[in-house]
Design a protein around this ligand. Structure first.
Ligand SMILES: C[S@@+](CC[C@H](N)C(=O)[O-])C[C@H]1O[C@@H](n2cnc3c(N)ncnc32)[C@H](O)[C@@H]1O
Length: 269
Protein backbone atom coordinates (compact mmCIF):
# COMPACT_ATOMS: atom_id res chain seq x y z
CA UNK A 1 0.00 0.00 0.00
CA UNK A 2 1.15 3.49 -0.88
CA UNK A 3 2.22 5.89 1.87
CA UNK A 4 0.71 9.37 1.81
CA UNK A 5 2.15 11.98 4.11
CA UNK A 6 -0.31 14.58 5.35
CA UNK A 7 0.43 18.27 4.97
CA UNK A 8 0.58 20.24 8.24
CA UNK A 9 -2.86 21.76 7.51
CA UNK A 10 -4.41 18.33 6.93
CA UNK A 11 -3.07 17.15 10.27
CA UNK A 12 -4.16 20.28 12.12
CA UNK A 13 -7.70 20.00 10.76
CA UNK A 14 -7.94 16.53 12.35
CA UNK A 15 -6.41 17.27 15.72
CA UNK A 16 -7.91 20.71 16.22
CA UNK A 17 -11.10 19.08 17.49
CA UNK A 18 -9.23 17.24 20.23
CA UNK A 19 -8.74 18.83 23.62
CA UNK A 20 -5.05 19.05 24.49
CA UNK A 21 -1.91 21.08 24.86
CA UNK A 22 0.12 20.95 21.67
CA UNK A 23 1.38 23.70 19.45
CA UNK A 24 0.84 23.03 15.75
CA UNK A 25 4.60 22.72 15.16
CA UNK A 26 4.87 20.09 17.88
CA UNK A 27 1.93 18.15 16.48
CA UNK A 28 3.58 17.97 13.07
CA UNK A 29 6.95 17.12 14.63
CA UNK A 30 5.38 14.10 16.38
CA UNK A 31 3.55 13.09 13.21
CA UNK A 32 6.70 13.29 11.07
CA UNK A 33 8.84 11.52 13.68
CA UNK A 34 6.35 8.64 13.81
CA UNK A 35 6.04 8.61 10.01
CA UNK A 36 9.79 8.05 9.65
CA UNK A 37 9.99 5.08 12.03
CA UNK A 38 11.28 1.63 11.09
CA UNK A 39 8.69 -1.14 10.46
CA UNK A 40 7.28 -2.47 13.73
CA UNK A 41 8.56 0.49 15.76
CA UNK A 42 7.61 0.97 19.40
CA UNK A 43 6.52 4.42 20.50
CA UNK A 44 5.99 5.12 24.19
CA UNK A 45 3.93 8.12 25.16
CA UNK A 46 3.83 9.17 28.80
CA UNK A 47 0.80 11.39 29.33
CA UNK A 48 -1.97 11.06 26.77
CA UNK A 49 -4.84 13.06 28.30
CA UNK A 50 -7.57 13.14 25.59
CA UNK A 51 -5.31 11.72 22.89
CA UNK A 52 -4.13 14.76 20.94
CA UNK A 53 -0.46 13.80 20.77
CA UNK A 54 -1.40 10.10 20.63
CA UNK A 55 -3.40 10.71 17.44
CA UNK A 56 -0.46 12.61 15.85
CA UNK A 57 1.90 9.73 16.58
CA UNK A 58 -0.55 7.03 15.51
CA UNK A 59 -1.48 8.87 12.30
CA UNK A 60 2.24 8.99 11.44
CA UNK A 61 2.37 5.19 11.75
CA UNK A 62 -0.87 4.69 9.85
CA UNK A 63 0.06 7.01 6.97
CA UNK A 64 3.46 5.36 6.57
CA UNK A 65 1.67 2.02 6.42
CA UNK A 66 3.64 0.80 9.43
CA UNK A 67 1.10 -1.90 10.31
CA UNK A 68 3.01 -3.59 13.11
CA UNK A 69 4.16 -0.46 14.87
CA UNK A 70 2.32 0.68 18.01
CA UNK A 71 1.96 3.69 20.27
CA UNK A 72 1.81 2.71 23.95
CA UNK A 73 -0.31 5.46 25.48
CA UNK A 74 0.57 5.49 29.19
CA UNK A 75 -1.69 7.53 31.44
CA UNK A 76 -3.82 6.79 34.51
CA UNK A 77 -6.53 8.72 32.63
CA UNK A 78 -7.76 10.09 35.93
CA UNK A 79 -6.79 13.74 35.49
CA UNK A 80 -3.75 15.31 37.12
CA UNK A 81 -2.58 18.10 39.39
CA UNK A 82 -3.08 20.54 36.49
CA UNK A 83 -6.49 19.29 35.33
CA UNK A 84 -8.18 18.09 38.50
CA UNK A 85 -9.61 14.60 38.83
CA UNK A 86 -11.55 13.67 35.70
CA UNK A 87 -11.87 10.43 33.79
CA UNK A 88 -10.33 11.26 30.41
CA UNK A 89 -10.42 7.68 29.09
CA UNK A 90 -13.85 7.87 27.34
CA UNK A 91 -12.72 11.00 25.49
CA UNK A 92 -9.40 9.40 24.64
CA UNK A 93 -11.22 6.36 23.16
CA UNK A 94 -13.64 8.50 21.20
CA UNK A 95 -10.92 10.79 19.79
CA UNK A 96 -8.65 7.95 18.70
CA UNK A 97 -11.62 6.11 17.17
CA UNK A 98 -12.78 9.21 15.28
CA UNK A 99 -9.27 9.69 13.88
CA UNK A 100 -9.31 6.06 12.68
CA UNK A 101 -6.13 5.12 14.53
CA UNK A 102 -7.39 2.93 17.38
CA UNK A 103 -5.67 -0.12 15.91
CA UNK A 104 -2.26 1.53 16.23
CA UNK A 105 -2.63 2.36 19.92
CA UNK A 106 -2.23 0.27 23.05
CA UNK A 107 -3.64 2.23 26.01
CA UNK A 108 -1.84 1.52 29.28
CA UNK A 109 -4.04 2.74 32.11
CA UNK A 110 -1.45 3.34 34.82
CA UNK A 111 1.20 5.76 36.01
CA UNK A 112 4.45 5.76 34.10
CA UNK A 113 6.24 4.24 37.07
CA UNK A 114 3.81 1.26 37.22
CA UNK A 115 3.98 0.88 33.44
CA UNK A 116 7.78 0.83 33.60
CA UNK A 117 7.74 -1.98 36.17
CA UNK A 118 5.45 -4.08 33.95
CA UNK A 119 7.20 -3.23 30.68
CA UNK A 120 8.79 -6.15 28.82
CA UNK A 121 12.51 -5.21 29.02
CA UNK A 122 13.24 -6.61 25.57
CA UNK A 123 10.67 -4.29 24.01
CA UNK A 124 13.00 -1.43 23.13
CA UNK A 125 11.59 1.97 22.39
CA UNK A 126 12.19 3.85 19.15
CA UNK A 127 10.49 7.06 20.18
CA UNK A 128 9.82 8.22 23.71
CA UNK A 129 7.46 11.17 24.17
CA UNK A 130 7.28 12.48 27.74
CA UNK A 131 4.30 14.67 28.66
CA UNK A 132 3.05 13.12 31.92
CA UNK A 133 3.31 14.51 35.45
CA UNK A 134 4.93 17.96 35.18
CA UNK A 135 6.46 18.14 38.66
CA UNK A 136 10.28 17.88 38.72
CA UNK A 137 10.31 14.49 40.50
CA UNK A 138 7.97 12.90 37.90
CA UNK A 139 9.81 14.26 34.89
CA UNK A 140 13.24 13.34 36.27
CA UNK A 141 11.98 9.84 37.03
CA UNK A 142 10.42 9.49 33.58
CA UNK A 143 13.69 10.45 31.91
CA UNK A 144 15.86 8.30 34.18
CA UNK A 145 13.70 5.18 33.96
CA UNK A 146 12.47 5.26 30.41
CA UNK A 147 15.61 6.47 28.66
CA UNK A 148 17.18 3.10 29.54
CA UNK A 149 14.63 1.44 27.28
CA UNK A 150 15.22 3.72 24.31
CA UNK A 151 17.28 1.97 21.68
CA UNK A 152 20.48 3.31 20.13
CA UNK A 153 19.56 6.11 17.67
CA UNK A 154 16.09 6.29 19.23
CA UNK A 155 14.48 9.65 19.89
CA UNK A 156 13.42 11.19 23.19
CA UNK A 157 11.18 14.26 23.23
CA UNK A 158 10.08 16.22 26.26
CA UNK A 159 7.15 18.63 26.32
CA UNK A 160 6.80 21.98 28.10
CA UNK A 161 10.51 22.69 28.40
CA UNK A 162 10.74 26.13 26.93
CA UNK A 163 11.71 29.43 28.55
CA UNK A 164 9.33 31.17 30.89
CA UNK A 165 8.75 34.09 28.52
CA UNK A 166 8.39 32.14 25.35
CA UNK A 167 6.06 29.18 25.07
CA UNK A 168 5.25 29.06 28.75
CA UNK A 169 6.83 25.78 29.84
CA UNK A 170 6.57 24.31 33.31
CA UNK A 171 9.10 25.03 36.03
CA UNK A 172 9.51 21.36 37.05
CA UNK A 173 9.98 20.23 33.46
CA UNK A 174 12.51 22.97 32.75
CA UNK A 175 14.48 22.00 35.83
CA UNK A 176 14.46 18.35 34.75
CA UNK A 177 15.62 19.35 31.29
CA UNK A 178 18.50 21.34 32.75
CA UNK A 179 19.52 18.97 35.52
CA UNK A 180 18.77 15.60 33.96
CA UNK A 181 18.31 15.59 30.18
CA UNK A 182 21.11 18.00 29.27
CA UNK A 183 23.47 16.11 31.56
CA UNK A 184 23.00 12.73 29.88
CA UNK A 185 26.16 11.76 28.07
CA UNK A 186 24.28 9.38 25.80
CA UNK A 187 22.26 12.07 24.00
CA UNK A 188 23.08 14.14 20.95
CA UNK A 189 21.40 16.09 18.14
CA UNK A 190 19.34 18.20 20.51
CA UNK A 191 16.66 20.30 18.89
CA UNK A 192 13.62 22.40 19.76
CA UNK A 193 10.11 22.69 18.40
CA UNK A 194 7.96 25.24 20.20
CA UNK A 195 7.92 24.08 23.83
CA UNK A 196 9.42 20.67 23.04
CA UNK A 197 13.06 19.64 23.36
CA UNK A 198 14.24 16.45 21.68
CA UNK A 199 17.49 14.50 21.36
CA UNK A 200 18.79 11.27 19.90
CA UNK A 201 20.28 8.48 21.98
CA UNK A 202 23.77 7.42 21.02
CA UNK A 203 26.77 5.95 22.76
CA UNK A 204 29.21 7.21 20.17
CA UNK A 205 29.38 10.95 20.47
CA UNK A 206 32.05 12.93 18.66
CA UNK A 207 33.75 16.00 20.10
CA UNK A 208 31.74 18.17 17.71
CA UNK A 209 28.44 16.60 18.83
CA UNK A 210 29.38 17.13 22.48
CA UNK A 211 30.06 20.76 21.66
CA UNK A 212 26.70 21.00 19.92
CA UNK A 213 25.03 19.89 23.14
CA UNK A 214 26.52 22.99 24.75
CA UNK A 215 25.26 25.13 21.90
CA UNK A 216 21.79 23.66 22.39
CA UNK A 217 21.99 24.35 26.11
CA UNK A 218 22.98 27.98 25.51
CA UNK A 219 20.19 28.31 22.95
CA UNK A 220 17.64 26.96 25.45
CA UNK A 221 19.07 29.06 28.27
CA UNK A 222 18.86 32.32 26.33
CA UNK A 223 15.17 31.51 25.83
CA UNK A 224 14.97 30.83 29.57
CA UNK A 225 16.20 34.28 30.51
CA UNK A 226 13.85 35.94 28.07
CA UNK A 227 16.11 36.49 25.07
CA UNK A 228 13.77 35.08 22.48
CA UNK A 229 15.34 33.57 19.36
CA UNK A 230 14.15 36.54 17.29
CA UNK A 231 15.52 39.06 19.78
CA UNK A 232 18.77 37.14 19.83
CA UNK A 233 18.99 37.39 16.03
CA UNK A 234 18.29 41.12 16.15
CA UNK A 235 20.83 41.54 18.94
CA UNK A 236 23.51 39.80 16.90
CA UNK A 237 22.64 41.85 13.80
CA UNK A 238 22.83 45.02 15.91
CA UNK A 239 26.19 44.01 17.34
CA UNK A 240 27.54 43.27 13.84
CA UNK A 241 26.26 46.67 12.68
CA UNK A 242 28.00 48.47 15.52
CA UNK A 243 31.29 46.64 14.91
CA UNK A 244 31.23 47.18 11.13
CA UNK A 245 29.99 50.76 11.27
CA UNK A 246 33.07 51.85 13.19
CA UNK A 247 34.90 51.66 9.86
CA UNK A 248 32.40 53.88 8.01
CA UNK A 249 32.67 57.43 9.24
CA UNK A 250 29.53 58.61 7.39
CA UNK A 251 27.36 56.49 9.66
CA UNK A 252 26.08 58.60 12.58
CA UNK A 253 28.18 58.39 15.68
CA UNK A 254 25.33 57.11 17.84
CA UNK A 255 25.29 53.97 15.66
CA UNK A 256 29.06 53.61 15.54
CA UNK A 257 29.41 54.27 19.25
CA UNK A 258 26.01 53.70 20.87
CA UNK A 259 27.43 54.26 24.34
CA UNK A 260 27.51 58.01 23.54
CA UNK A 261 23.76 57.94 24.11
CA UNK A 262 24.50 57.34 27.76
CA UNK A 263 26.77 60.37 27.95
CA UNK A 264 25.97 63.89 28.93
CA UNK A 265 24.00 65.64 26.12
CA UNK A 266 26.68 68.32 25.58
CA UNK A 267 29.47 65.81 25.07
CA UNK A 268 27.60 63.46 22.77
CA UNK A 269 28.29 64.82 19.33
C1 LIG B 1 -0.34 17.65 29.78
S1 LIG B 1 -1.33 16.24 29.83
C2 LIG B 1 -0.85 15.37 28.38
C3 LIG B 1 -1.31 16.06 27.14
C4 LIG B 1 -1.28 15.22 25.91
N1 LIG B 1 0.03 14.70 25.61
C5 LIG B 1 -1.83 16.02 24.75
O1 LIG B 1 -1.21 16.02 23.68
O2 LIG B 1 -2.86 16.65 24.89
C6 LIG B 1 -0.60 15.32 31.11
C7 LIG B 1 -1.18 13.95 31.30
O3 LIG B 1 -0.25 13.23 32.10
C8 LIG B 1 -0.96 12.34 32.91
N2 LIG B 1 -0.14 11.98 34.04
C9 LIG B 1 0.05 12.65 35.19
N3 LIG B 1 0.88 11.98 36.01
C10 LIG B 1 1.27 10.88 35.32
C11 LIG B 1 2.13 9.79 35.60
N4 LIG B 1 2.78 9.70 36.76
N5 LIG B 1 2.27 8.82 34.68
C12 LIG B 1 1.63 8.90 33.49
N6 LIG B 1 0.81 9.92 33.16
C13 LIG B 1 0.63 10.88 34.07
C14 LIG B 1 -2.24 13.07 33.27
O4 LIG B 1 -3.26 12.14 33.57
C15 LIG B 1 -2.51 13.90 32.01
O5 LIG B 1 -3.47 13.27 31.22
Amino acid sequence: METVKKSPEELYSIIRKIDGFLYDGEAYFLYESAFGQRPGAVIAEIGSYCGKSTVCLALGLKDSNNKNARVYAIDPFGGSSEHGSIDTFPRFRENTRNAGVEGFIIPVKSTSEEAYRKWDPVRNIDLLWIDGGHEYEYVAEDINLWLRLVMEKGLIALHDTSGRFYYGGFIGVRRALKEVLFKRECLKEYGFVNATTYARKSHSITQKEAWERWKAYVCWWTGEVGLYPRARGLGMAGFALVVLSRYFKRIPKFIRKPWVLLMDESKRW
